[in-house]
Design a protein around this ligand. Sequence first.
Ligand SMILES: C=C(O[C@@H]1C=C(C(=O)O)C=C[C@H]1O)C(=O)O
Length: 359
Amino acid sequence: MNELKPLLKDETEKLQPIIIAGPCSAETEEQVMATARELAKNGVKIFRAGIWKPRTKPGGFEGIGVEGLQWLKHVKEETGMLTSTEVATKQHVEAALEAGVDILWIGARTSANPFAMQEIADALKASGVDIPVLVKNPVNPDLELWIGALQRLYNAGINRLGAIHRGFSSYGKHLYRNLPQWHIPIELRRRFPDLPLLCDPSHIGGKRELVAPLSQQALDMGFDGLIIESHCDPDCAWSDKAQQVTPDVLNFILNTLVLRDSTVTTESLTLLRQQIDELDNELLEVLNKRMRISREIGQYKKEHRMPVLQIGRHDEIMQSRAKLAEDMGMSGDFMRSVLAAIHEESVRQQIEIFNDRTH
Ligand SMILES: C=C(O[C@@H]1C=C(C(=O)O)C=C[C@H]1O)C(=O)O
């Protein structure tokens, strides 16, 4: 994917960040038009609405189907906004292109399925159109699968591509509906710096209150845009009501976001970065000292036929350090993951001592 073209051709490209907004699902022509009019009035240039909805369980609203495509046409004619929708099959692609939809996106359940991705890529190639396609991350945290989905489209001649980070499914209840696992989109950015990266705070958060902080976090990390669910009457939405905001609330959120300028020079950061370099060296020294002690402990355990793993000690360390970290204003989870990594290496080094016949 080394010859990507700009995602959008017209002047909307200059509007940084790229904002795509609209309801989770197109429900009725009235709901679509009412939402679109308000969004357009507030300056939104790209409208989204789901026409076909892949639902986790049967029985929910599965989308209005092709009928809704005419409403998108109407949105475009009346407001001048570009329109976008999700496609998951060859038939969806054909119907959306036929109706003049401007931007397509691939959902998280579809990007996780290479057969579906290939079918969509083939349908796009056969159509010969030059349309921007955004690919949401697969539901599972698999960067290679995400890249694979993008590559299938690129190989089919689609070079106006973008990626959407919508978080990753996990078992159990969490603050987020889908865990952000920011390191995954950040790694995608590192591997493909020219690939536009959008964030979908509605699906990550799953709650209205999380849309603003997640949007800001995404911009702070250099994302190029946001795709946000907005509905004229969110409490009555037929799908995802908890995470949709009214166009006015969306407007408020967008106006309070602090935009980051990635073109500013980093000279003033040099001194601060030197300090970070020094601190990282100190961290390495301290870690190395800790490992030396751990190897001594390993030697003792070997001589006294004790097992390497000492769960009680490990738990005590985790708890006390996580508490200390929290007292210092760091996240306890962060400290626990650092300690888990240190512990793994410490155990590995002790096992090395156990297996070393020369000691
Ligand atoms: C260092 C030890 O061995 C292991 C490694 C630990 C660590 O690195 O903190 C803690 C407990 C053990 O599972 C120990 O027993 O103290």
